[in-house]
Design a protein around this ligand. Structure first.
Ligand code: ADP
Length: 255
């Protein structure tokens, strides 16, 4: 059983300020991911236009135009996804976790291509959950980003979505799992993964992501868990599994 925390008014004020800061940091991080994802197709458009200018073969030019159209639709897809998710972020609404996580992958596509990370999907039909979409998106983005950070080279990311009833209380819900075969969670992090400011990423980490994620999941009446394994002498493969369970509905979030 968890013992309830008693915070002084000053500590409460600091915690609210910190959560607000993390939200801002998440927006900044997402903005730079989006800029990076859009920049790739724009660069290839610049190259294609240059090639078109040089070419005197109509066939060749048509080939370049077809590729340019594909690149442009990638830009459109990224901007549409972004716009879709930033609407109604502050009101609870029914969301399909499978589509939510799929659309997030668009934002990490080039990083995964570069690292040769493949995604294995197992998305079963699951009910929609009433949630603050922007916040759940933030949780899933943290899990995906952490999984990619843990893989320095080629690897696999497993995404699973399934309808699962709570073991105790049997509330209807959905479980989403993000698993990777990266380096695994370092020993020193194991017991304090969800605590504030715990990070092993010297230059890029803040140690806020999982702490905020747990806060968001619990506010939705759900749970978040992690299992991990590092490579040992016997040569067993390393990897990490994060699993988030959300109830279909939570009284304090009812739309
Ligand atoms: P940050 O990513 O800024 O370090 P997080 O709270 O998101 O902050 O993560 C805390 C720490 O948990 C990370 O620094 C890392 O050591 C560990 N971690 C989280 N996810 C994974 C993962 N998928 N594989 C290995 N380690 C992980």
């Amino acid at each position: 059983m968890k013992t309830p925390r008693t915070l002084t008014p000053e500590q409460e004020r600091q915690e609210v300020a910190l959560r607000r800061l993390e939200k801002l940091a998440a927006v900044g991080q997402e903005a730079s991911t989006i800029a990076h994802e859009i920049n790739n197709p724009l660069e290839s458009l610049t190259n294609l236009l240059y090639l078109m200018k040089l070419s005197d073969s109509m066939d060749e030019v048509q080939g370049y135009v077809a590729t340019a159209q594909q690149e442009l639709s990638r830009v459109t897809e990224i901007t549409l996804q972004t716009l879709r998710f930033h609407r109604h972020v502050s009101r609870p609404a029914a969301a399909d976790l499978g589509s939510l996580v799929r659309s997030l992958m668009t934002l990490h596509a080039s990083r995964m291509l570069l690292r040769k990370v493949v995604v294995e999907w197992r998305v079963r039909d699951a009910p929609r959950v009433i949630c603050l979409e922007g916040e759940i998106r933030q949780v899933l983005n943290n899990l995906i980003r952490n999984a990619l950070d843990a893989m320095s080279g080629p690897g696999t990311l497993w995404i699973r979505v399934a309808p699962v009833c709570e073991a105790v209380g049997s509330r209807e819900g959905v479980r989403l799992t993000v698993a990777d075969n990266g380096e695994g969670i370092p020993q020193e992090m194991a017991g304090r993964l969800f605590e504030l400011f715990q990070t092993t990423k010297e230059k890029t980490g803040t140690g806020v992501g999982l702490w905020v994620s747990r806060g968001i999941v619990e506010k939705h009446g759900g749970t978040i868990r992690a299992r991990s394994r590092r490579t040992d002498e016997s040569g067993r493969r390393s990897g990490t599994v994060f699993s988030v369970w959300l109830p279909v509905e939570h009284p304090s979030l009812a739309a």
